[in-house]
Design a protein around this ligand. Structure first.
Ligand code: ADP
Ligand code: MG
Length: 228
């Protein structure tokens, strides 16, 4: 079976202006196959979030190419980028970023409302199935404040998957959790990567979480290099 490439970074450079210009990525390249799971590790400040933001179209590189599903992302209009981000990419961050005044159910369906007046029947069914899958079937009406940290992060994971993205990006998804909850979220991400066929890229400081991914790259001298 041939392995299909989902995502490629080619010759990507990124620097930030300041008193001394910070050169974070220097001619960095990466190729990720559909369905893979990948960890990005590296010291604090090495540029892991910068890479993830560029992959997720939240930031643009200074130069180089980013292609998702054969589409060159650096050339899309703002409108097409917003649609691509909404429909093809799911995000999980260190903090859950759920809206405190909305229920679990409403938080999960929020991404479906970006380009539509109401969520579709299939989205509702998917929300119900996924919330059941992560053990929150009885918590649909709860507010985020009524959940534990691990439960909130599980809601954030379901929200990230609600539009059936091809790519799930996670930036230190277990970084704010206790050991037990961190292990559970790590396990869940790996299982959903397989079950949903979603390609998973996670930035992490946790060797345990990195070890669960199919392979690991690290940031060294502004490049992404394989470590495992
Ligand atoms: P990591 O996620 O590996 O900790 P980041 O990608 O967040 O690293 O940041 C890499 C470096 O770039 C850090 O030194 C950070 O302070 C700097 N940086 C990140 N974003 C900006 C920005 N928007 N403007 C200026 N400097 C930034
Ligand atoms: Mg970071």
């Amino acid at each position: 079976m041939s392995v299909e490439t989902l995502l490629t970074l080619t010759g990507v450079s990124k620097s930030y202006p300041g008193a001394k210009r910070l050169s974070i990525l220097r001619d960095a390249s990466l190729s990720v196959s559909r369905g893979e799971s990948l960890a990005i590790v590296g010291p604090s400040g090495s540029g892991k979030t910068t890479v993830l933001n560029i992959l997720g179209t939240l930031d643009l590189p200074d130069s180089g190419s980013v292609a998702l599903d054969g589409m060159e992302l650096t050339r899309l209009s703002a409108k097409d980028l917003a649609r691509t981000r909404n429909q093809k990419i799911g995000f999980v961050f260190q903090q859950h970023h759920l809206l405190p005044q909305l229920s679990v159910w409403e938080n999960v369906l929020l991404p479906c409302l970006a380009f539509a007046q109401k969520s579709s029947k299939s989205a509702d069914e998917r929300a119900f199935r996924l919330l059941g899958r992560v053990g929150l079937a009885e918590r649909l009406d709860h507010l985020p404040g009524q959940l534990s940290g691990g439960e909130r992060q599980r809601v954030a994971v379901v929200r990230a998957l609600i539009q059936q993205p091809s790519l799930l990006l996670a930036d230190e998804p277990t970084g704010a959790l206790d050991r037990q909850s961190a292990a559970e979220i790590g396990q869940l991400l790996v299982e959903l990567n397989r079950e949903e066929g979603v390609t998973l890229i996670t930035v992490t400081h946790s060797p345990e979480l990195a070890q669960r991914m199919g392979r690991t790259v690290t940031l060294a001298d502004g490049k992404l290099v394989p470590v495992r």
